[in-house]
Design a protein around this ligand. Structure first.
Ligand SMILES: O=c1ccc(O)c[nH]1
Length: 348
């Protein structure tokens, strides 16, 4: 994208995130990644009268090749963490989520906006206040629920006991002290209690495996007991290829907590395409986490919700055409939201 255009969308973003004169905005990058993001955000912050600078960390010293979450590169840099805590807004172009340092920075009252996706996607899925309202309505419903049940025509039937962990909303910008968000995003999630997820999830062709950034081709059956996946196998009549890939990847972390059940919720953005991975292979799948009516469950850490599991092995798995009940009330009906206030304005 042309740098002037990129500057403009970052300006729109920082306006939504309520950046103003007297604030300090720090843009965080690593190695050679996303220098043009830093330029655009620095320019935009200046337009709004904020003080701003770029903090550039070295590239990770070791590259495992896997998407290991939680390593911020800041663990040996307490001075840098203090500087980030002193900022009003950190624009995180590195993915700090699941790291100790992200939690410490938020706890100091600093808001954090993660921005990693390709500029074209940032532009197309520019957050809106209307979408924020719909996401917040979803978050309110989810926060009140005591159980969540997910079913699908393929045989999924799993129940999460809720109420232990907070509900988080992601709508793509952040204007409240201490709040993190990720641009672009439109979904809500919480986590089941540590030993309170039981049942079966059957992944069907077209469901999405992030970070593989692939669509499931062969059905996968996951058996879940007391918050952990106990068995992964290919569904009836399938070669079992996707089941083998999933298991092999999780095993490579040598951490049984990689089989834990992480966050769970649903997506709300009708502008986000299910087929998005075919368009932006370089992205990290935020479009897929956000597409309207997806039900997304996750595997691995739950420390971002305050839980004890801080494994580096993480999967997000948005599924199509599933149904989701909160306390027996149908909220997502085969991939469509039932609550009019959560639907796009034109389709209530
Ligand atoms: O924005 C995100 C990205 C990944 C994840 O697991 C949650 N939210």
């Amino acid at each position: 994208m042309d740098q002037n255009l990129f500057n403009d969308i970052c300006l729109q973003q920082l306006r939504l995130s309520a950046v103003h004169e007297g604030e300090t905005v720090v843009v965080l990058t690593r190695g050679n990644d996303r220098a043009e993001y830093a330029d655009a955000f620095l320019w935009a912050a200046q337009q709004l009268g904020a003080a701003t600078y770029h903090m550039r960390l070295p590239s990770p010293a070791s590259a495992s090749g896997a998407w290991a979450v939680g390593d911020s590169g800041l663990d040996k840099l307490p001075l840098a963490v203090e500087a980030l805590k002193a900022a009003d807004l950190v624009v995180d172009c590195t993915f700090l989520l699941f790291s100790e340092e992200q939690f410490a920075i938020q706890a100091a009252g600093t808001r954090i906006l993660t921005a990693i996706e390709p500029p074209e996607l940032l532009a197309r899925l520019m957050p809106t206040k209307e979408l924020r309202e719909r996401v917040e309505i979803g978050a309110e419903l989810l926060a009140k629920a005591k159980t969540m049940r997910i079913t699908s025509p393929h045989g999924t039937d799993v129940t999460y006991q809720l109420g232990v962990y907070p509900t988080l909303s992601e709508y793509g910008y952040t204007d409240q002290p201490g709040r993190w968000d990720h641009w672009p995003a439109a979904f809500v999630f919480t986590g089941g209690s540590d030993d309170g997820v039981d049942g079966k999830i059957v992944l069907a062709p077209g469901d999405v495996l992030l970070p593989f950034n692939t669509y499931v081709q062969t059905p996968v059956e996951l058996t879940i007991e007391q918050g952990f996946i106990r068995d992964i196998r290919g569904g009836a009549g399938s070669s079992g290829l996707d089941a083998d890939l999933l298991r092999s990847y999780i095993e490579s972390f040598h951490d049984p907590r990689g089989y834990g059940m992480s966050h769970v919720g649903w997506g709300l953005d009708e502008r986000a395409h299910w087929h998005g991975l075919t368009q932006f292979p370089g992205g990290m799948g935020m479009e897929l986490r956000s597409f309207y009516g997806n039900v997304m469950f996750s595997i691995g850490p739950n420390n971002e919700l305050g839980g004890p599991n801080d494994t580096a092995c993480h999967f997000d798995i948005p599924m199509r055409g599933n149904s989701l009940y909160l306390d027996d009330e149908l909220i997502v009906d085969a991939g469509a939201l039932t609550v009019p206030e959560m639907r796009p304005a034109g389709s209530r």
